[in-house]
Write a protein that binds this ligand. Structure first.
Ligand SMILES: [Zn+2]
Length: 435
């Protein structure tokens, strides 16, 4: 198998440093934990934060620091653009998903992948290209995996490593043009709170980019709109031996609500592309009281409201058929489609497309069937599209990443910095609020 070419000489020159960093970062257990009591939710995220600050200092970025909430923030002064030019943000998240084991990650590099099944040493985990067709585009790539018993953490340490390799290169090379850059590494993205304590005023950027996508060339300016619904059913609990005509089981009613929801449409497993869904993901309780938690998703806010109404009607019909039972229905907004905020700041995605073309890539614009830190940041006033990292099969023990594609992500960041020194983008920034 011939080695796969890099997207550019720049990408190839960044790859060794990037891979070094990536392997170092994934070994730090930064799994976040839901229902946090402080920020970050877990101490491992602070360990990685401290490591990143010291590496940024080594790279000559003296103002890098870890704030009280576990955010790493740093900046790089502009080169090749007048002072007063735009300030642009680069963002990746330090935590990994609670959905798969994240402690004791042992990364493995499979050089010049030959297209065969990759057997990992632990737990019988296999990466089979027949089940993961995205692998087939990576013949000859150097692929990084975990050892089979943990996630890899490419989500989002591939993004962290790409930013670190790119800014270390920018800091070391006074010839590379760039705007004023602000860098942030966030905690707790995977539990939906990465943006919650993000200080947008202090960050001071016109727009920003999360480096938190997947396939090479992807540029994402659209996310789901998202709510979480909690249904609480109250029944009547009685000793089962004396329950005749008395017991009203909340647990059975809760199960009936789930069974009454559409399954061949409006479910994650039966929808794709721009279709939304209702996804009950937890049920618990007793005959006396039961709880169903569901997430509801759509790209369109009005359709999202209709899905929530359908869930409410279904639950009310099931519970309403039993006069002794009662229902509570609680809707918690999570994040909104970032599209309309990015439509109002077209220069953000335009610049990213220019950067990808400069790296020899055809930008692929696809909506994300999920959210990013950028969903909330865009809503809070910092337009933030999402750029690919080269990682795949996130939140699973089969997670993998291509070294060549991660290097292309780092090179795209350096191209993006150059694009933001071009006169038309400097002018667009000057005409659009903060610079
Ligand atoms: Zn992520």
């Amino acid at each position: 198998m011939a080695p796969a070419p890099y997207t550019s000489a720049l990408a190839e020159s960044l790859a060794p440093d990037l891979l070094d960093r990536f392997q170092r970062y994934v070994r730090v257990d930064t799994q976040s934990r839901p229902q946090r009591t402080g920020s970050p939710s877990t101490p491992g995220q602070l360990d990685l934060g401290r490591l990143l600050v010291s590496e940024l200092h080594e790279a000559g970025i003296a103002d890098a620091f870890l704030d009280d909430n576990g955010y790493v923030v740093a900046s790089l002064h502009p080169v090749g653009v007048e002072s007063g030019g735009p300030t642009i943000g680069l963002i990746a998240h330090m935590d990994t998903s609670p959905a798969a084991p994240g402690k004791g990650v042992e990364p493995l590099v499979h050089r010049e992948w030959d297209g065969g099944v990759i057997e990992l040493p632990r737990e019988g985990t296999r990466l089979d290209p027949a089940a993961m067709p995205e692998m087939n585009a990576k013949l000859g790539h150097d692929l990084v995996t975990g050892s089979g018993d943990t996630l890899l953490g490419a989500d989002d340490k591939a993004g962290v490593a790409a930013i670190m390799a790119a800014v270390a290169r920018l800091a070391a090379d006074p010839q590379l043009p760039r705007p004023h850059l602000r860098i942030a590494f966030t905690p707790d993205e995977e539990i939906g709170l990465g943006a919650s304590l993000f200080d947008i005023e202090r960050f001071g950027a016109l727009c920003a980019y999360t480096i938190d996508g997947s396939e090479l060339g992807q540029l994402q300016d659209e996310t789901f709109s998202a709510v979480e619904v909690t249904l609480t059913v109250h029944g009547v609990d009685v000793h089962p031996g004396y329950a005749t005509d008395k017991l009203v089981s909340a647990l059975r009613l809760a199960a009936r609500i789930i069974a009454a929801l559409p399954a061949d449409t409006l479910a994650p497993e039966t929808t794709s592309g721009r279709e939304g869904f209702i996804h009950p993901y937890s049920i618990s309780g007793t005959p006396g009281q039961a709880q169903v938690t569901a997430i509801v998703r759509d790209f369109d806010d009005e359709r999202l409201e209709r899905h929530v109404a359908l869930l409410k009607r279904t639950a009310a019909d099931v519970v309403g058929a039993e006069p002794r039972a009662s229902l509570e229905f609680d809707v918690k907004p999570q994040y909104r489609n970032m599209r309309r905020h990015l439509d109002a700041a077209p220069y953000a995605t335009d610049a990213a497309e220019e950067a990808m073309r400069a790296e020899g890539l055809d930008p692929i614009r696809v909506p994300i069937r999920g959210g990013t830190d950028g969903s909330l940041l865009s809503e809070m006033g910092l337009p933030t599209p999402n750029i690919f990292t080269g990682g795949h099969e996130f939140h699973s023990v089969r997670e993998w990443a291509s070294v060549q594609d991660m290097a292309a992500s780092a090179a795209t960041i350096i191209r993006l910095a150059e694009v933001w020194t071009r006169p038309q983008f400097v002018a667009a920034a000057a005409n659009n609020g903060r610079s």
